[in-house]
Every structure is written in structure tokens, then in C-alpha cells.
Write a protein that binds this ligand. Structure first.
Ligand code: PLP
Length: 481
């Protein structure tokens, strides 16, 4: 936030909280308390960040009241001229920032963006060869009998994505998500020795399974991906390459991932969230080549509810921010800080999945501390360090208790943390985990959930964190009355 605006931002929030308090004071109080809590904790959740006051303030407007189904210049409601302006700006910034042929700013979240992508890829595949046979231009014009046949064809479609314990996401064909019902799914893992993505295995799986969609992208893989290779594999088996860059979009925007590590020139369709490393409002985006554009454009109402115009406006602001040099510096620092954190762990004898990182996240295998991911997550939280537990490859404790903790650097980098601070974070984490001992259950076996903490570790860690956080305040200059 520019320093000269901090007094204005303070006034804006004071006024907003006063107005909210006049209707429901408990909401005003919870909002105020959320700032206090966020300011006072070491936020290391890899998927979270702190959006700028400009982005946050943009969301609190009367754009929220406007219905705008349809696309820019082609709405099913009257009076959408200002929504057109902000949606067109969001799409333009996205195209320019990522070098994409086409951008769609309507998805409400990453999951929604993926749904739009699945629909578009299916529609594109069905429409290109099949509709000619039926002599119609769009699936909307198909007779019911033709629909039935196409539904059967679609029902046999396949998706190949990264396995969950290698770092993939539920929306990449897993059962708790609709993608697992829409597609027959198979997953590719990582090399059991190195933990790294093995492109030969991906190719082998693709040749055997012949997916319609090859999905690349992850939630918890601490390395870069060669998207040129993934495209080569997709082309070899006639698959569409879809990249879900929800986690690392900020590193693409900030030009940390370039060439073969930048998915945009290589994928047919790219999806992302806007609120993680990209540091925008909660939401999603779809980028695509021109040939997918008309299908993507039908995302609402095909799979999305009416666009959130106030959020699209905030996406435009965040994407404008991401086009500035300051964002490139930020993205570079996010990756450098992940290295510092990883090195800090390794120097203190901890084990990391893949042995390190070259993106924004670090996956710590907590087995050597004798605890589960669940115990580690709660013990760290007791000490004021906010993380989340995560499976590691071939996790002996499964997806609920897990054996890993995922750390991300985007949020604390926004606060100004650098190498020294992340090294100190590694020291604090190792100190807490070394002082965590599983309790014994009534059956005499170590519990996977409960634990005891060594005397003094919580107080010591909280004091050290407070020192770090005070040096790097969140929203410096924002003072509430
Ligand atoms: N895709 C990936 C790779 C993610 O990591 C996530 C969220 O964690 C999503 C999609 C879903 O994003 P959202 O929570 O905005 O729906």
C-alpha cells in the first residue's frame, strides 16, 4: 500500500466498520478481530496471501448488486455497461499479463474455473467432429436422440492427472469432486526414490490410458513442471493439455516461471485461482487458446452462477498490480524465500519431500519427529504458526492424519519477510516439532492425534514470532480507531 494512502485506507475501514456496526455489531467486531488475528500469526498456508487494500476495497461496492449473466456486450440483463467495463479490463489484464489468446474472468473460484475448463474441453471435442455429422452448429441445437448418443460418448471420457499423494488436486478426477464422476480417472505419481515427476511414466500412462484430458498442475508438489514435455505427451496421444496453475500463477505472472516452465504457451486451457500466489480476490480465471474461447464463454450459465461483478472488478485491480515491476520483485522473493525455508529445514536435519523446492512451497515430512501431520499441524498452531497437514507420497498415515506439513511463502513474503526471517521460521518449526510427543492411547499405542508439548516451547515460539511479525506489519499504516 502506498504510504501516502495509509491514512485514507484507515479512514475508509473505520467508516465501513462503523456502518456495519450500526446494523450487526458482531460482524463488525469479527471483521476487526480477523485483522488482529491475521496480523498476529505466522501465516504459512501455501494457498493464502494478503490482498492489497485496493483489491479489498474494490469488492465492497454496489457492483455486488448487479446481475450480468452472459458475456461482455452480450448480457441477458439490461444495464450491464459498467460490468462490461470491469470484466473486459480483467480479461485484458489477464491476457496481457500471461500472454494468453483468450481470458475468462467469471469463475467464482478455482474449482469453478476447472469445471468451466472440463465443460469447454468436452464441448470442443464433441462439437468439432460430431456436430458436422449432425449438421448443427452447437450442442444446443442437437435433437434429444443425438444428445443421448453424445452423452454416452462423453460418459466414456478419461482424465489423467497427478495423484493426490504426489500433490495433485481433488478436481483432477478424484471422487469427492464432480470430475471423478464425469471422467474415468487414472493418475500419475512421482518417482518413489526422488519424489520428482517422472515424464517417462506420465508418457507410459498416457499411451496406455489414452485420456481426453491430460491435467498438469498441483497443490502440494514443491517443484517446477516442464509443460513443453507435458504438451508433447498430450499431443502424442491426442489429449487436450489442461494446466491448473492455481498455486503458482503468481510465479508465472512474476516471470519466475518462463519458457518450458510457463504453462500458457504450451497448454490448450489454463485455469487458476486469483487469491493464492497471484494475491488477488478469491476467485478463478480461465485462459485458453482461441479455439476453446466460444465454449469457455458459455461457462455461465452452463456450469457457473451469475458472475460476481464486484469480484471481477477486484480481479482487474489485482491483475493490474501484477503487471507492475513490484509484483515481479515480489514473485522472485517468494521463490527465494522458499529456498531459504527449505535450506533452513535441511540444515537442522529435517526431511523434505523431493529434498527441497524450486517454487513457492515446501513439503516437510514429519515422520522423523515421530509425529503425524495432524499432530504437527495442531502443535504448530498452538505455538501461533498456521500451516496445513498434507499427505506425502505413499503416506503411511493416509489422507486424514498424514505425515506431512505444507509450508508456503507467498503470504509472509507480502509482509516483507526475507531470507533471515524464513531461516528463523525453520528454526521455530523444528523447535516446536522436536518438543512434540504423541500421547499413548488407552490401548497402549501412540496416538495419531493427541500429543504433549515440552514446557516453554509455546511461550518461546510465540515471543519469537511476535518479534518477527512486529518488524513486518501487515498493512503498515492501517490503524483502526
Ligand atoms: N486447483 C488447485 C490446484 C488448488 O490447489 C485449489 C485449491 O486449493 C483449487 C483448484 C480450488 O480452488 P478454490 O478453493 O478457489 O475453488
Amino acid at each position: 500500500m502506498p504510504e501516502d494512502l495509509s491514512a485514507t485506507v484507515s479512514t475508509a475501514y473505520d467508516a465501513a466498520l462503523q456502518v456495519i456496526a450500526s446494523v450487526e455489531p458482531r460482524v463488525a467486531e469479527a471483521t476487526r478481530q480477523e485483522l488482529v488475528d491475521q496480523r498476529g500469526s505466522l501465516k504459512l498456508i501455501a494457498s493464502e496471501n494478503y490482498a492489497s487494500p485496493a483489491v479489498l476495497l474494490t469488492m465492497g461496492s454496489w457492483f455486488s448488486d448487479k446481475y450480468a449473466e452472459g458475456t461482455v456486450g452480450h448480457r441477458f440483463y439490461a444495464g450491464c455497461q459498467n460490468v462490461d467495463t470491469v470484466e473486459a479490463l480483467a480479461a485484458e489484464h489477464a491476457r496481457e499479463l500471461f500472454g494468453a489468446e483468450y481470458a475468462y474472468a467469471q469463475p467464482h473460484s478455482g474449482i469453478d474455473a476447472n469445471l468451466v475448463a472440463f465443460w469447454s474441453i468436452l464441448a470442443h471435442r464433441v462439437e468439432s467432429p460430431s456436430l458436422e455429422k449432425h449438421a448443427v452448429k452447437s450442442v444446443n441445437d442437437l435433437a434429444e436422440a443425438d444428445w443421448e448418443r453424445l452423452r454416452r460418448e462423453l460418459g466414456d471420457q478419461r482424465m489423467l492427472g497427478m495423484s493426490l499423494d504426489a500433490g495433485g488436486h481433488l478436481t483432477h478426477g478424484f471422487r469427492p469432486n464432480i470430475s471423478g464422476k464425469m471422467f474415468h480417472q487414472r493418475s500419475y505419481g512421482t518417482d518413489p526414490e526422488t519424489g520428482l515427476l517422472d515424464y517417462d511414466r506420465v508418457r507410459e500412462a498416457a499411451r496406455e490410458f489414452r485420456p481426453l484430458i491430460l491435467v498438469a498442475g498441483y497443490s502440494a508438489y514443491p517443484r517446477r513442471v516442464d509443460f513443453a514435455k507435458m504438451r508433447e505427451i498430450a499431443d502424442e496421444v491426442g489429449a487436450t493439455l489442461m494446466v491448473d496453475m492455481a498455486h503458482f500463477a503468481g510465479l508465472v505472472a512474476g516471470k519466475v516461471f518462463t519458457g518450458d516452465e510457463n504453462p500458457v504457451p504450451h497448454a490448450h486451457v489454463v485455469t487458476t485461482t486469483t487469491h493464492k500466489s497471484l494475491r488477488g480476490p478469491r476467485g478463478g480465471l480461465v485462459l485458453a487458446t482461441q479455439e476453446y474461447a466460444s465454449a469457455v464463454d458459455r461457462g455461465c450459465p452452463m456450469v457457473l452462477g451469475g458472475p460476481l461483478s464486484h469480484v471481477m472488478a477486484a480481479k482487474a485491480v489485482a491483475l493490474a498490480e501484477a503487471r507492475q515491476q513490484g509484483f515481479r520483485d515480489y514473485a522472485g522473493q517468494v521463490a527465494a524465500n522458499a529456498q531459504s525455508l527449505a535450506e533452513g529445514f535441511l540444515r537442522r536435519g529435517a526431511t523434505l519431500v523431493t529434498g527441497g523446492t524450486d517454487n513457492h512451497l515446501v513439503l516437510l515430512d514429519v515422520t522423523s519427529f515421530g509425529v503425524t501431520g495432524r499432530q504437527a499441524e495442531t502443535a504448530l498452531l498452538d505455538a501461533g504458526i498456521v500451516t496445513n497437514r498434507n499427505s506425502v507420497p505413499a503416506d503411511p498415515h493416509g489422507a486424514w492424519y498424514t505425515s506431512g506439513i505444507r509450508f508456503g511463502t507467498p503470504a509472509l513474503t507480502t509482509r516483507g519477510f526475507g531470507h533471515a526471517e524464513f531461516d528463523r521460521v525453520a528454526e521455530l518449526v523444528v523447535d516446536v516439532l522436536s518438543g512434540t510427543t504423541p500421547r499413548t492411547t488407552a490401548a497402549g499405542v501412540p496416538s495419531k492425534a493427541t500429543y504433549d508439548l515440552a514446557d516453554g516451547v509455546v511461550e518461546r515460539t510465540r515471543a519469537a514470532s511476535a518479534e518477527l511479525l512486529e518488524k513486518h506489519p501487515l498493512y503498515p499504516g492501517l490503524e483502526l480507531a
